[in-house]
Ligand binder design. Structure first.
Ligand code: GDP
Ligand code: MG
Length: 711
């Protein structure tokens, strides 16, 4: 017999119809043997597609590709070791959800797959309607409906398999998210494995890392041959394992399986319509309400609003304590040290600057706690699922939602990991649009800015204001993305699966760890980066000082003044000194541009500093407003000082909040954009695009407000 051109392997759950399909494909041309060394039956035969002989191997029936049973191991080793040109996964259409578990594992492995959607007759009888084209689009592989018993669909199946085999495409593993904890660990392990060989050119590093996390004995045994790598891997694996265990109260294997099912649920919800009632599990029942077309979005908005209420009411008192503490600290230091640059640096630069940022730790912490509850319970995935429908209208989809959420979709995120999360978007244009949309979100660093301005000018309306700002940021992000998608980034949309992992009850320990991890990052940033920039900003706002004869003139006037005028004179002197410093000159130079927005020179300086990190806006404003005051008795916080300043008002504050929300992403975000897009072009574009939009909006808000008599 002539040699076969291609090899097809048949995989599938037991009783999905593999043998029936095998017989229909090969007829009598088959022989039976054993896999070497084991008593698992091996059937092989030859099929013909237009005179092309094709070798067909019937793999043992399995539910999974773990290494638990002999059958699973044999099936997996055949695929990995023999690398068939295509695997036909025989899926029982009447039991789709369960059968897709193996399909997803095959896709994760990366082998080219064609799905035989078998038992279509049974599925139809049961009233299950499957949108085959949609299923194929979502899975990203050909899907052919078959009835193996009657031979229906066999020709089409063989044709599709032959086509895929012919293409000889390299394996392309499906990347799905297993949640933030597993994903982070997975990435770390993948990096180690990429450096360290044992892929043997057969499977990719992420898959190996996944198997390590799943505790796959076979893969661990393989690694035993690489002692050096194993030595590096083991402590990381242990740490990741322990972290997942303590935060999610489950081993990685269980979490990974949950997310795999979440992926399948996301597919089935979209592609399958079941007429008669099917058995619903706990998560399905909750989802009847929470992902309902009408009730879902209403509930989502209520949840977000409730979170803001909770965050502000819970943090109000502790934020007050911290503000009081820093005010006490600065007046104490002020009383202890003689007047001079050291005192000024410590009080105005360090304590008022960094304190202004640290004062918001309770607010940030409660926000992170709320986000941890959403993530750990599985509701965050539902929010993304609901938003996905809206996002498609704006040319974004799928993981865009995840990115926007991570970037601060409900306030309190960070654009840097959000831009990295966009990696899972396969469509390059949608990915770019997502990266450009992320900086509009209200990241954790913008929160203190809002916090100060809301406290100063919108007291008592904390939750409503933040809710409004959230809505505005989403609307702007989506419009900005839509604009790009219909101009620079015009193109088709590709389908994307929204994962719906089962609901879990968050554990207290898990919530505590997740909240603390992020809060600590904020505190650390305040103590390092923000501290450093605060000192620089203080220096820029202190030097060069006034010329000596100038100082002498002021002092003479002060000496001559009565006690009533003295205070005013002191403030005027401080103003004159500030105005002459490097920052003062820069800020005033910028006033030409920002005056129509209502920003004074201090705000300009703060915004320039905010390019390094948005928290710097608060610390710089705090320093600038504390430098103007030379009174140890004065222990007001920044919000009180702004509220008392006649140059400020609600309209100005609102225009500034909009500007801060939208203008140039911070420097780390720009660097990450450069890294992820591979060019400075997009990084610079985001700076210009966002700043231009911010300028236009703030101008409209401020001038419009004034025209309406609001400011
Ligand atoms: P395997 O365990 O995957 O090899 O499954 P088999 O090929 O042995 O099939 C299991 C049972 O399902 C047998 O009784 C088949 O006749 C039956 N079967 C296979 N395909 C179909 C189909 O498309 N429709 C129906 N109604 N029955 C099928
Ligand atoms: Mg069989």
């Amino acid at each position: 017999m002539e040699p076969e051109k291609y090899t097809i392997a048949l995989a599938g759950n037991p009783n999905a119809g593999k043998t029936s399909l095998f017989n229909a494909l090969t007829g009598a041309r088959q022989h039976v043997g054993n896999y070497p060394g084991v008593t698992v039956e091996r059937k092989e035969g030859v099929a013909f597609y237009q005179d092309i002989p094709i070798r067909v191997v019937d793999l043992p029936g399995t539910y999974s590709l773990t290494a638990y049973s002999m059958e699973e191991l044999v099936a997996r080793n055949f695929i990995v070791g023999q690398r068939p040109d295509v695997v036909i996964d025989v899926v029982d259409a009447s039991n789709l959800e369960r059968n897709l578990y193996l399909a997803v594992q095959l896709l994760e492995l990366g082998v080219p797959v064609v799905i035989a959607l078998n038992m279509m007759d049974v599925a139809e009888q049961r009233g299950t309607r499957i949108d085959v084209a949609k299923l194929a689009r979502l899975l990203g592989v050909p899907v052919v409906p078959t009835v193996a018993r009657t031979g229906q669909g066999i020709d089409e199946l063989l044709e599709q398999a032959q086509k895929v085999a012919e293409r000889q495409e390299p394996w392309r593993p499906l990347v799905i998210s297993y949640g933030p904890d597993v994903d982070a660990g997975l990435e770390e392990l993948t990096r180690l494995l990429e450096g360290g060989v044992p892929r043997q050119g057969l499977v990719d590093a992420r898959w190996l890392a996944l198997k390590c996390l799943e505790g796959d004995q076979e893969v661990m045994d393989l690694l035993a041959d690489y002692p050096e790598l194993r030595q590096k891997l083991e402590p990381v694996l242990k740490r990741v394992y322990a972290h997942i265990n303590s935060t999610l109260d489950d081993d990685p294997e269980g979490v990974i399986a949950d997310y795999r099912y979440g992926y399948i649920t996301g597919i089935v919800r979209r592609a399958v319509e079941t007429k008669r009632e099917m058995r619903l599990n706990f998560s399905d029942k909750i989802d009847m309400v929470l992902t309902h077309r009408l009730l879902g979005p209403v509930f989502l908005l209520l949840v977000v609003y409730a979170i803001y209420q909770f965050v502000f009411s819970a943090s109000e008192v502790p934020v007050g304590w911290l503000e009081g503490f820093f005010a006490w600290l600065s007046s104490t230091v002020e009383g202890l040290l003689p007047e001079g640059p050291v005192r000024s640096l410590l009080v105005s630069g360090v304590i008022d600057g960094v304190g202004g940022v640290l004062g918001f730790v309770p607010l940030i912490m409660f926000m992170f706690l709320a986000i941890a509850v959403l993530e750990d319970s599985g509701y965050m995935a539902r929010m993304a699922y609901l938003m996905d429908r809206v996002l498609r209208i704006f040319g974004l989809h799928g993981n865009s939602v995840i990115s926007l959420m991570v970037g601060g979709g409900i306030s309190g995120g960070c654009a840097v990991p959000a831009i990295m999360a966009a990696r899972t978007l396969k469509d390059p244009k949608a990915r770019l649009a997502t990266i450009m949309a992320v900086p509009f979100m209200n990241c954790g660093a913008k929160l203190p800015v809002y916090g100060v301005l809301i406290a100063a000018f919108f007291a008592g309306q904390h939750a409503a204001m933040l809710f409004g700002l959230t809505i505005i940021s989403w609307v702007l992000a989506l419009l900005a993305a839509r604009l790009l998608r219909s101009t620079l980034l015009a193109g088709e949309q590709s389908p994307f699966v929204m994962e719906l992992p089962p609901y879990r009850t968050p554990t207290l320990k898990g919530l505590a760890i997740h909240t603390w991890e992020r809060t600590w990052r904020y505190i650390k940033k305040a103590g390092t980066l923000i501290l450093g920039i605060s000192i620089v900003m203080w220096a820029l706002m202190s030097y060069p000082g006034l010329p000596e004869q100038e100082v002498a003139r002021w002092q003479a006037r002060l000496a001559a003044a009565g006690p009533a005028e003295a205070q005013q004179l002191q403030m005027d002197m401080a103003q004159a000194r500030l105005a002459g410093t490097a920052a003062g000159r820069l800020g005033r130079a910028l006033s030409v541009v920002t005056a129509p927005l209502g920003f004074d020179w201090r705000t300009n300086v703060a915004l320039v500093g905010g390019f390094a990190a948005k928290e710097v806006i608060v610390s710089t404003l705090a320093t600038a407003h504390s430098l103007g005051i030379d009174d140890p008795e004065d222990s007001q916080g920044l919000a009180e000082r702004l509220a008392a300043d006649p140059g400020w008002g609600p309209l100005k504050a609102f225009a500034l909040m909009i500007f801060v929300m939208v203008y140039a992403p911070c420097f780390p975000t720009v660097v990450m954009t450069r890294k992820e897009t591979g060019s400075w072009k997009w990084a610079l574009f985001s700076v210009v695009y966002n700043t231009a939009i911010a300028y236009g909006l703030s101008l409209a808000v401020y001038q419009g407000g004034r025209a309406l008599g609001l400011g």
